[in-house]
Write a protein that binds this ligand. Structure first.
Ligand SMILES: Cc1cc2nc3c(=O)[nH]c(=O)nc-3n(C[C@H](O)[C@H](O)[C@H](O)COP(=O)(O)OP(=O)(O)OC[C@H]3O[C@@H](n4cnc5c(N)ncnc54)[C@H](O)[C@@H]3O)c2cc1C
Length: 309
């Protein structure tokens, strides 16, 4: 079986999700080719274990993102029966276009998959979980942080192809509502706030701590839905982002099943909640039963001392 993975880059730098997609693809025991649009990250991809071949497609059209132009340029080298990318905006667009060009099914947002090609994904805004059995060629996207990243001990060959196509739409600037800070899906430490934070202004306390330890700030859906200032890009959970950081700190979050769905695979979970019965304590490695107003200043002081040591 031949598998083609479309590598994802963020501002010309290989996105770590590509190593996770490669790790997932290894399950099919096929030949893995990674296509790097614009050549971004090709050398790094070649070192990822499990990659058989890297195709770096270079051309003028890759200077700005236009999904259709990029797909037309990479089309001839995407030869797998299985096409894969991540379920970011980039991956979803590329996979949909490539699938349409081939008249094969496109399945987005996979959270589980098996060697027998049974895929699981949330549908209807996470209200239901769908299981699909695929036979024949198909294209699909996988959520970030579901699979561990493949190791970097490979040594695949890189072929460079010059191919361009006409750009129809070019994205000149993407302005993130989520501010300039670290994205939750990429962070090793996340500190998330819920409705228990009381107001969006109180998230400033989480940002202060995030700066001490280099963390990203996340949120529960209740926080995102209640306060316009907290963007959906920060939402962790079934209908938000799935995260697997080394440390997840949940502050004023009750621990509803839909929130747990997005963070329970974190290596260590710390919960701060004034209600000792809150379900979040059921998954927490360390629980602090307290008002965050009392607990966060102490936590910040202690972390600052550690940072100085
Ligand atoms: C289809 C569907 C999809 C969903 N998807 C998601 C999702 O992706 N992510 C998500 O998070 N939710 C999701 N939800 C919503 C979820 O069910 C919960 O409603 C939500 O997670 C609750 O958010 P919360 O814990 O911030 O708020 P609450 O449940 O209101 O909890 C607030 C917590 O803060 C504590 N608290 C209050 N004041 C303080 C204080 N001063 N100090 C310390 N603790 C305090 C309280 O004891 C309480 O436990 C979804 C729901 C549905 C139906």
């Amino acid at each position: 079986m031949e598998i083609s993975i479309i590598a994802e880059n963020t501002g010309g730098v290989l996105n770590p999700v590509t190593a996770q997609i490669i790790s997932a693809a290894k399950m099919f025991e096929g030949d893995i080719t990674v296509v790097c649009p614009g050549g971004f990250g090709a050398e790094e991809v070649a070192k990822i274990s499990g990659v058989g071949k890297v195709v770096s497609v270079e051309g003028d059209c890759f200077s700005d993102f236009d999904g259709l132009a990029w797909c037309r340029a990479i089309d001839s080298v995407v030869t797998g029966e299985i096409l894969l990318s991540s379920s970011s905006n980039f991956g979803r667009e590329i996979i949909s276009i490539l699938a349409a060009m081939r008249e094969i099914p496109a399945i987005q947002d996979i959270t589980e998959l098996t060697k027998e090609m049974i895929f699981t994904r949330p549908v209807l805004s996470g209200k239901a979980i769908e299981k699909l059995k695929i036979s024949g060629p198909c294209a699909f996207t996988i959520r970030a942080n579901i699979f561990p990243a493949a190791e970097s001990d490979g040594n695949a060959n890189i072929s460079i192809i010059n191919k361009s196509s006409e750009v129809g739409i070019s994205v000149k600037e993407a302005i993130s509502k989520a501010n300039e800070k670290l994205d939750v899906s990429e962070a090793e430490i996340i500190i998330s706030g819920g409705r228990g934070m009381g107001s969006p202004e109180n998230f400033a306390h989480l940002y202060e701590i995030s700066e001490v330890v280099g963390a990203a700030v996340g949120a529960s859906r209740a926080a995102v839905d209640t306060w316009e200032e907290i963007p959906h890009s920060m939402q962790v959970g079934q209908t938000g982002k799935t995260v697997t950081p080394k440390l997840y700190v949940a502050v004023g979050i009750s621990g509803a099943i839909q929130h747990l769905a997005g963070m329970r695979t974190s290596k260590y979970i710390v919960a701060i909640n004034k209600d000792s019965e809150a379900p979040i304590f059921g998954v927490a490695d360390y629980g602090i039963v307290a008002n965050w107003e009392d607990a966060l200043p102490i936590l910040k002081d202690e972390l600052e001392k550690l940072a100085l040591d």
